[in-house]
Ligand binder design. Structure first.
Ligand code: HEM
Length: 117
């Protein structure tokens, strides 16, 4: 069970890597567009995060304050990605700079809360 939890944590971190990695690729290419990979990464982070938020195996201690803040950040990320993707579909151009920056900042903040706080 302990091993299974470690595997879920690994997949959870891969979710972050997908969202942040896809964002970094867009930033480096100076395209500033939201991509499906960002959405998929977020979905992976959310689903695995919810699975990890249950106290298994018995005896695991969870920091629910950290978990709640990360959940709020993931919901905010979903909103930003949703709004930005809809706007970019309409306009055909890149997303607004503030919305684009928000995705990078929010995902790094969530990772920072997980490992530093
Ligand atoms: C982009 C968003 C997120 C990022 C970058 C992230 C990052 C991480 C990282 C790096 C870890 C491993 C380090 C640690 O154990 O503290 C972790 C663990 C964990 N995360 Fe997240 N997380 C995110 C979202 C979420 C969400 C939405 C939830 C729950 C709703 C969640 C719940 C958890 C739980 C329960 C653990 C395991 C803690 C433990 O077993 O001690 N995370 N997260």
């Amino acid at each position: 069970m302990e091993f299974l939890r470690d595997v879920v944590v690994l997949v959870h971190i891969v979710g972050f890597a997908l969202t942040f990695g896809a964002w970094a690729v867009q930033a480096a290419a100076r395209e500033f567009r939201f991509t499906r990979l960002m959405d998929y990464g977020l979905l992976v982070s959310l689903l695995t995060g919810l699975a990890l938020a249950a106290p298994w195996p018995a005896g695991v201690e969870l920091n629910y304050a950290k978990i709640s803040v990360k959940l709020a950040i993931v919901v905010a990320l979903g909103a930003v990605l949703g709004i930005g993707s809809a706007r970019q579909r309409k306009s055909g151009g890149p997303v607004n700079g503030a919305l684009f920056a928000a995705v990078g900042l929010l995902s790094v903040t969530a990772a920072g809360i997980a490992v530093i706080a």
